[in-house]
Design a protein around this ligand. Sequence first.
Ligand code: SF4
Length: 363
Amino acid sequence: MDPLHARYPFLAAARESVRSADIGLAEIVVSEGDRHPAVERGRQRVRRALIDGTVRPPEDAERRWGTSAELLSYPVARVLVSLLDAPGAVEKYASAEADTAYERFTSDLENPDDGLKSTTTSAITLDDLLAEFDLASAVEQRGENYRMAVGDYLALSSGLSADEWRLPVRQLADGTVVLKEAELHELLREATRRRIAEGLPLAQVPDPIREGLTGVIEELEDTFSEVELARDIDTLAPGQFPPCMSALLERARDGENLENHSEFALVTFLASIGADAEDIAALCGTEGLGQRALQYRVDRIADEKGSQFAPPTCATMAAYEECPVADEDDPTTDERCAEITHPLVYYEEALAEADGVTDWREA
Ligand code: SF4
């Protein structure tokens, strides 16, 4: 199996490679003995997508997945997310898969000669991506910028709500829209998200597969109920934030470009306590969290149906090395942190115990 397909399992060629390998899903799911690695990685994929907003394996994971398990875990994850009884699961899953693909392809495009390509086929090119989404003839490079045919631009940008994607504010030239390279990459992320969401939830899952995955589904639902927190907080009081979120907020305000998982943690936390994109931009400033990226995040993280991502738990924050209290080199201590397992619970308790909190938006 091709490592490129394992990194980008939504590619048509990856689907074909699974088909031609002639490994049936039922065979993987219903196998005797230990859980098949593709099922275990599929479970991890969905869990990570719904809780952490990424499908990358955790960086400190002991287990490394082979190419075949990685590739086969994608169809398993699609079945799992279709069977899950969790609000917004499909949307969150598709966004997390697309965000992970975006991280990978922007890295591949920035470092086409990093040595990977000469020994393996795991790196993707811009031409590959454009061809994959039928955009090869719709996109043309002109100097440092690109031009995309208006029809294709409108089709892709319709899912993006930031003002800068509106056609009236775009520079047009000969029936094309002028795009910076980063904007083209964001449209490709959107194309990826749509490809992944296509056909989900699966209309039919054969009974043997459904039954074979019962235990995995129960495990996933247990995990989500652990982070299903009271969501009636609608007070933005930075003075009551837990140390982890205060630190991330300070770094964003200082203009630091936060890593994806850190940005995800901060934005999900803020969205969970009732902040919208405008509040978040005003609170964080738009240097650390670029305005366009921020709008994308908030759109995906806190949709109108209220099917938000929960921010990561304290254990996940510690694994990301974003919990100052758990960091042995950081002198930060906090008594409340010793009692709780989630930054939202910290905040809820801090608000309840504080006297006369003023909402930052009303100050
Ligand atoms: S213990 Fe939890 S709430 Fe406290 S700083 Fe660490 S991650 Fe944040």
